[in-house]
Design a protein around this ligand. Structure first.
Ligand SMILES: [Zn+2]
Length: 115
């Protein structure tokens, strides 16, 4: 992978990172847990269920954020585009489509099959 390709991926990652952060803010993950003050039990249960869903959304986004940060780190320190599992090169097309991936297509599909 050459320098300009790497720069392009880096930009895409930084952009994606911003989007994920905005999503996290929008879901209000930072300030959940206000369900306790409601008098009606059913209402309360519903609120709690809602906040669980929000939590799960936040969880997925946090995981994605971790992957993005990891990818950015590898771009800066070297080793980006190398599969974590087999050490082989991840194809450029795959990285362009999903810059936060850290597994090549073979290892990814093997993992999905075993999961
Ligand atoms: Zn691999």
């Amino acid at each position: 992978m050459n320098k300009s390709e790497l720069n392009k991926i880096r930009k895409a990652l930084v952009l994606q990172r911003q989007e994920v952060l905005e999503d996290l803010n929008r879901h209000g993950v930072a300030n959940t847990g206000t369900a306790g003050a409601l008098a009606d039990e059913a209402d309360r249960a519903e609120k709690i269920a809602e906040s669980v869903v929000e939590h799960q959304l936040g969880y997925t986004e946090s995981k994605l954020l971790e992957k993005i940060d990891f990818a950015l780190q590898r771009i800066d320190e070297g080793g980006y585009g190398i599969c974590e599992e087999c050490g082989g090169e991840i194809s450029m097309a795959r990285l362009e489509a999903k810059p936060s991936v850290s597994l090549c297509i073979d290892c990814q599909s093997a993992k999905e099959k075993s999961a």
